[in-house]
Design a binder for this molecule. Structure first.
Ligand code: ZN
Length: 386
């Protein structure tokens, strides 16, 4: 292996160890990363030289009994930008280099994708101005959208945005002066679970995240699995009812046609006046029988899809986000019954089902996670400056 690759590999591991353990000592870093003392010292020095790391090293004397220096990533050097393209709006998040959100900005999504680059450039400029930071500090931009994204360069198909065959990578390349990473929103949500959430220690997990549609993110062997062209992981389109309801994808009987927010609302509105997801969940909390019945049915559909996921991937965890996480308390019993019936016992025993805290947070961090992944990835466009 080429020495510069080994150095980058070690630097990336030390970066993430610092990120996850602010205030860690050199000893802690050697224990955690398996790098030897001199490697840790050299990489920390390089990080300090570029202003990425701060320490209280002045206290370090090397004498026995004195405290060792504590190291942390600097909050004042380097920015990541996360851009969430959603139905009719985009949310832009500025985050420090460790992924901690600093400020969120929302504005309407342009109807013409050709206007995205200009809108985004202005919005990022305004956001940086608002937090008194220079745009030169931006190390990477992550962009997520609800739809299919080709891994080779950002060609996106997002029917819910009314964007088809849109080469976002190409639209932005000339106008945005930072590496841009584009992915499907649920792949990014899974990355956020890995970097910031409950799955940091897991190498194999699957995420199902839902809103207007239902998406999936697959993490295998410590890496996101995106398929041959980037379209993999569409778990919302697992078939749960043979010849069932027509789905937005054009097929029939997909999970998304039963438990994405519009499907649940439409079903609920047959018996109750509920205008949105908040009212739907409130009705369930209040014990409204038609909604409880609806969510029990949802549990059966979900359990069927989860059993396929368990049998195919043998994941350590399945993380439920968005609407799927919100209905889980009411759908769990029927979902688990279905799982027990349909999934193979051995992999099922080892699968935890978790509800995502991150997806319920006010500030979305999936796109920031994507930027952070791109920035620290060894095969990113511009790997970290080490
Ligand atoms: Zn479908």
């Amino acid at each position: 292996m080429h020495p510069s690759y080994v150095r980058q590999y070690n630097a990336t591991r030390i970066f993430h160890a610092l990120r996850a353990n602010p205030g860690i000592t050199k000893r802690g870093l050697t224990d955690l990363t398996g790098c030897d003392k001199s490697t840790v010292s050299a990489i920390l020095r390089a990080f300090e030289d570029i202003g990425f790391v701060e320490s209280d090293a002045a206290q370090e004397t090397g004498k026995r009994g004195r405290p060792s220096a504590n190291y942390r990533l600097s909050a004042d050097n380097g920015l990541l930008i996360g851009v969430h393209l959603e139905f009719e709006q985009m949310a832009i998040v500025a985050a420090s280099i460790d992924g901690t959100p600093i400020r969120k900005w929302s504005q309407p999504l342009p109807t013409d994708p050709a206007a995205l680059a200009t809108d985004l450039r202005h919005a990022i400029g305004a956001l940086c101005h608002e937090i008194s930071r220079s745009q030169d500090e931006i190390r990477a931009i992550g962009i997520t959208l609800p739809g299919l994204v080709e891994s080779s360069g950002g060609l996106a198909h997002a029917p819910s945005l009314d964007w088809y065959e849109t080469d976002i990578g190409n639209l932005l390349r000339d106008q945005i002066d930072a590496p841009v990473y584009i992915d499907n929103d649920t792949n990014a949500a899974a990355m956020a679970e890995y970097l910031f959430g409950q799955c940091g220690q897991l190498t194999d997990f699957v995420m199902i995240d839902g809103g207007l549609g239902l998406g999936g993110g697959i993490f295998l062997d410590g890496r996101p699995y995106r398929g041959a062209s980037g379209f993999g992981g569409e778990l919302g389109h697992i078939k749960v009812v043979p010849d069932g309801r027509i789905c937005g994808c054009g097929a029939q009987g997909c999970l998304s046609a039963y438990i994405a927010a519009p499907a649940l609302l439409a079903a609920a509105q047959r018996s109750l006046r509920v205008r949105n997801v908040e009212e739907l969940i409130r009705a369930a909390k209040d014990g409204a029988p038609p909604i409880l019945d609806l969510f029990e049915d949802s549990g059966r559909h979900l359990g069927r899809a989860l059993s396929d996921i368990v049998n195919i991937f043998n994941p350590s965890a399945i993380v439920l986000g968005g609407i799927v996480g919100r209905i889980w308390p009411y759908a769990e019993i029927t979902a688990r019954k279905e799982l027990a019936k349909l999934a193979m016992r051995a992999p099922l025993q080892n699968t935890q089902i978790l509800v995502s805290d991150i997806s319920a947070a006010e500030t979305p961090v999936g796109a920031v996670a994507l930027a952070l992944e791109g920035f620290t990835s060894l095969d990113g466009q511009k790997p970290g400056p080490w």
